[in-house]
Design a binder for this molecule. Structure first.
Ligand SMILES: C[S@@+](CC[C@H](N)C(=O)[O-])C[C@H]1O[C@@H](n2cnc3c(N)ncnc32)[C@H](O)[C@@H]1O
Length: 381
């Protein structure tokens, strides 16, 4: 049985997430703003949840239709085979969103969809009341220009919640975005990676996990793990396969520093939880005009502070200037920086080779990319 799925994505990262969907075996892929549609078998649910690094969550695209009145929404929702997924004890909440549609009251759409599902399931299960004490099926009703999309969330807490970041510093980067920044750089596990403003260590930890092929969702839980439709064996096999595929012998050369000792303590703790503390060299150190490069042909990926305080603005200016000086002193290096600061290129002193817009939460940022030369052939694997 083929199922229609949606992997949701941060705006601006659709191309990265599309590549992931391709790699993981998605078929009939279609990309639009913030979502990648595809189809595949039921085994995609464990596989995608376990392996997506940049995608936000995996949804079942249960149905799509047009609705212009509440009656239409009710009847079309009620006609769908909800019993294929939602169990007699299933807990089903309905969330919603509506953009440019006649049915603009989200709360009304939500309650109508909930009622329609209940009315569908009552005769199917021959009950009048649902206890909702079992597995969770989060339904979303999305309206865009009167087109209704009904989805069921397989993921639970968003996929950025890998489980290793129990502690975070101020303004941490989402794990899914960090993984995408690495994907968009030309970093490979045989090259040096350096984040000189690492905060809670997200970029370094994600890079180490990529290098060692550790599945990002290996140790966490998912809503769909409790769904009877997916044989427990599929979950077990996917997990055993993921453990077997870890490159235990790979020791990437990753450096992560921050001027805040508490950030380094946090980053170390997180890297231990992620099982990659032996792959990252941590250091409490201020990034300044003298910061040395730990080798040649390295890749610097960083997320410097970006705030509006006057003090911070001055500090940011200094950091951007020093990033430019670092590149000048180390012409074999590549530099990748995510920031919302629009003065970035001017303050660094050089135009980026490429710039990509993306959203870090609600903050509009740019990912500035300065491509260094490729390492000589015999230095690469
Ligand atoms: C936006 S946060 C980085 C968040 C990080 N990407 C994460 O996921 O947790 C910026 C970090 O830069 C550090 N920082 C600011 N100025 C610095 C400097 N001159 N040298 C080193 N670290 C600095 C701050 O302590 C903070 O942890």
């Amino acid at each position: 049985m083929k199922i229609n799925y949606i992997t949701t994505s941060t705006f601006g990262l659709e191309a990265v997430v599309k590549r992931e969907v391709e790699r993981l075996g998605g078929e009939n892929i279609n990309v639009s703003d913030g979502r990648i549609d595809f189809s595949g078998g039921i085994e995609m649910i464990p596989r995608f949840n376990m392996w997506l690094r940049s995608g936000d969550r995996l949804l079942i695209n249960f149905a799509e239709f047009y609705a212009y009145t509440f009656d239409e929404l009710f009847e079309k929702t009620k006609a769908l085979p909800w019993e294929d997924w939602i169990t007699i004890d299933g807990k089903f909440t309905v969330t919603g969103k509506s953009i440019k549609s006649q049915l603009f009251s989200v709360s009304d759409c939500q309650s109508i969809v909930k009622k329609a599902i209940v009315e569908r399931l009552k005769p199917k299960y021959n009950v009048e009341w649902f206890e909702e004490t079992g597995p969770e099926y989060k339904v979303q009703v999305g309206l865009l220009k009167d087109k209704v999309t009904l989805t069921i969330d397989t993921t639970g807490p968003g996929l950025h919640k890998r489980g290793y970041r129990l502690d975070a510093v101020v303004a941490p980067l989402k794990e899914t975005i960090a993984a995408a920044l690495i994907d968009l750089s030309y970093w490979k596990k045989d090259r040096i990676l350096f984040d000189p403003m690492c905060g809670s260590g997200t970029i370094a930890i994600e890079a180490a996990m990529i290098a060692r092929n550790i599945a990002p969702g290996l140790t966490r839980d998912f809503a769909s793990k409790y769904w009877p439709q997916i044989d427990e064996k599929i979950w077990k096999d996917e997990k055993s396969k993921a453990y077997a595929e870890i490159n235990v012998d790979v020791r990437p050369e990753i450096y992560a520093s921050d001027m805040d000792p508490k950030a380094i303590e946090t980053a170390k703790h997180n890297s231990r939880l992620a099982g990659v503390d032996d792959s990252i060299f941590f250091d409490t150190r201020k990034f300044d005009s003298q910061t040395p490069a730990p080798g040649d042909y390295g890749v610097m990926i960083s997320n410097p502070p970006y705030g509006e305080r006057i003090g911070t603005l001055e500090e940011m200016k200094e950091i951007h200037k020093n990033l430019g000086l670092f590149l000048k002193r180390n012409p074999s290096w590549s530099l990748y920086v995510i920031t919302s600061n629009e003065e970035f290129e001017k303050q660094l002193g050089k135009k980026a080779d490429k710039k990509r817009k993306l959203f870090n939460g609600n903050v509009k940022t740019d990912y500035y990319q300065y491509f260094g030369p490729r390492p000589p052939k015999n230095d690469t694997i």
